[in-house]
Write a protein that binds this ligand. Structure first.
Ligand code: HPA
Length: 279
């Protein structure tokens, strides 16, 4: 295993991964956010691999987040699924946060399907709503393409005008309608966290055009887009943003609402994988 996370080291990690796990044709990377478990009809959950056995950096634990990836297999094809994700607020560098995305890209994945948990910036988005992300506001003060990384995996100034693939968004809206769920599209405002927003920040983010706010996903989307991967992000609005209701927010509440709505999200992801990969 490479001993350092560098662009060259990551290529070695991808080569080693290919040899050790024989993933065949890697169709997609799936990234599941807080409290979301996957169920992919027609695919078998294969090896669950500890990220610590793949990447040469220190991992940090957080309740509700596991640090593994599962190889979902169907014949010679694989979907790589991150069980939980790495966040900037945990102290990971941007390059560490997106290392799984770049690994998937190097293994040939052309698609990233990600979910996350978010707070609603609009009182018209009730807890448990699913939002198909149409665009983002990167307010994390970080970008995974800074430095050597920006020169190593694609264009140094990648276009972000259709970062969230319009065709995939349409597919998600249609699949949700078919399954009987209401979804809406909206802009994901990404902040560093880990403190929740103040009421003034929630008002600001709403006026800036955000529909939901969260602490993840945007670095992964930027890295995926640089590598030419198509991106779909589904955000589960677990709570109203601070100040939209008159009591404080808790991490437990976020996890609970995530669990309650996770079933719908699981069904939707299963439908999407069928639509995308079943001939
Ligand atoms: N703010 C930021 N991130 C979040 C929230 C929130 O209200 N809920 C879930 N993730």
């Amino acid at each position: 295993m490479a001993t350092e996370l560098t662009p060259h080291g990551l290529r070695e990690i991808a080569d080693g991964f290919r040899e050790r796990h024989r993933p065949g044709e890697v169709r997609a990377l799936m990234v599941a956010g807080s409290g979301i478990r996957l169920d992919l009809p027609g695919w078998q959950a294969g090896e669950e691999i500890a990220l610590a056995d793949v990447f040469p950096f220190q991992l940090h634990g957080l309740i509700g987040h596991r640090q593994t990836m599962t190889l979902w297999r169907r014949g010679t094809q694989t979907i790589l699924a991150m069980n939980g994700r790495l966040h900037l607020y945990q102290g990971y560098s941007p390059a560490e946060v997106v290392a799984p995305v770049r690994l998937a890209g190097l293994l040939g994945a052309g698609l990233m399907l990600a979910t996350n948990a978010s707070g609603a910036l609009d009182p018209a988005i009730p807890p448990g709503s699913l939002v198909v992300v149409s665009d983002h506001l990167n307010l994390q003060g970080a970008n995974p393409l800074v430095g050597d990384w920006g020169r190593s995996f694609g264009p140094p100034f990648p276009d972000m005008s259709e970062a969230y693939d319009p065709g995939l968004r349409r597919l998600a809206v249609e699949a949700a309608a078919e399954a009987g769920f209401a979804v809406r599209e909206g802009v994901y405002a990404a902040v560093l966290g880990p403190s929740f927003e103040t009421p003034a920040e929630v008002r600001m983010l709403g006026r800036m055009g955000g529909a939901v706010v969260g602490m993840s996903t945007v670095p992964e989307v930027i890295a995926a887009r640089q590598m030419g991967m198509k991106v779909l992000v589904l955000s589960l609005a677990t709570n109203p943003g601070a100040g939209l209701i008159d009591r404080p927010l808790s991490h437990e509440e976020v996890l609970e609402a995530g669990a309650a709505a996770a079933q719908r999200l699981r069904v939707l992801l299963g439908l999407l994988v069928q639509r995308l990969f079943d001939a």
